[in-house]
Write a protein that binds this ligand. Structure first.
Ligand SMILES: Nc1ncnc2c1ncn2[C@@H]1O[C@H](COP(=O)(O)OP(=O)(O)OP(=O)(O)O)[C@@H](O)[C@H]1O
Ligand SMILES: [Mg+2]
Length: 282
């Protein structure tokens, strides 16, 4: 069974694209077949995989415009076992033209319906708003993963707004559940982390155990177009993404980090441990 996960938060810079790319790579490393779909007109996810829209046979904009099928548009093996439906700056115009169309919220679900069956996971990166492209992703998705930047003072309000949008969609019979809130940019020594960490459990959504530490390596990985999980597999950040993959798919087991989970007491300023590997149990 394919699981379709939208990575969404209308707040800019929460880490949606970073999480999309690195989670996809971690699942790919665990032997899962993954399709990444870059719905954001900024196409950061495409760039984080070292690609540009021109590198793809077709882009997601061509699919939305009816000029290509999703299956023919894919970049195969953008990373090991990870295919990509590349983003495109033209998606900003596509979103405007969608507004006047019938079944405008179901376009992506229909376009992906056959292709998605070839994968264990389809991960949809969303733009930083709750517009039609994001709603298309919610309608196509089974689950929504919500990265929250733990250095953003307003992150709680942003996540609450997103969850209430999902609730509204569910009342309209859109079948999508909240996979969980993912703490990103974690530096447990910061006051903002402590405040948010105390507040987030009050939200009506599971709080995932895996936490993504704040690491400058993410910036360098973006510049180089190599996801950090591939670029620095021995680092704490890569380990955190393997833990996230194992939490999302319990048939994947990430060997625990010998230094233990990130906690307030431990902080994140620990030396990177040796690379724990993934073990298949199913
Ligand atoms: N855990 C982290 N540690 C350090 N930097 C991070 C981390 N996560 C993301 N970043 C950096 O923060 C910036 C924003 O991340 P990203 O582009 O993934 O967010 P986004 O939610 O997709 O943004 P947008 O809303 O613009 O689509 C990037 O420069 C990225 O490298
Ligand atoms: Mg993004």
């Amino acid at each position: 069974m394919t699981r379709v996960i939208a990575v969404a938060n209308q707040k800019g810079g929460a880490g949606k694209s970073t999480v999309t790319v690195n989670l996809a790579v971690a699942l790919g490393q665990a032997g899962r077949r993954v399709l990444v779909v870059d719905t954001d007109p900024q196409f950061d996810t495409t760039a984080m995989l070292g690609l540009s829209p021109e590198d793809a046979p077709h882009t997601i904009a061509d699919v939305f415009l009816g000029e290509a099928e999703a299956a023919d548009a894919r970049v195969v093996d953008a990373a090991p076992r990870v295919d990509l439906l590349a983003g495109d700056g033209r998606m900003a115009d596509v979103e405007l033209t969608l507004v006047s169309q019938v079944r405008r919220e179901e376009f992506l679900a229909e376009a992906l319906s056959e292709t998605m069956q070839e994968y264990d996971f389809v991960i949809l990166d969303c733009p930083p708003n709750l517009g039609l492209l994001t709603v298309n992703a919610f309608v196509a998705a089974d689950e929504v993963l919500v990265p929250v930047s733990m250095i953003d003072r307003n992150a709680y309000k942003g996540a609450a707004t997103l969850l209430s949008t999902l609730e509204t969609l569910r009342r309209r019979r859109v079948d999508v559940r909240t996979l969980g809130i993912l703490r990103n940019n974690v530096d447990a020594r910061r006051n903002t982390f402590q405040t948010l960490n105390d507040a987030l459990p009050a939200l009506d959504a599971p709080l995932l155990s895996a936490q993504i530490p704040m690491r400058s390596g993410f910036h360098d990985a973006t510049t180089e177009g190599i996801p950090l999980v591939l670029r620095n597999p021995d680092g704490r950040a890569a380990q955190a993404f393997r833990e996230l993959a194992a939490e999302i798919d319990p048939t994947v087991v990430a060997v625990p980090d010998p230094a233990g989970p990130i906690t307030a007491a431990r902080g994140t300023a620990v030396p990177d441990p040796s690379d724990p590997t993934l073990v298949e149990v199913a």
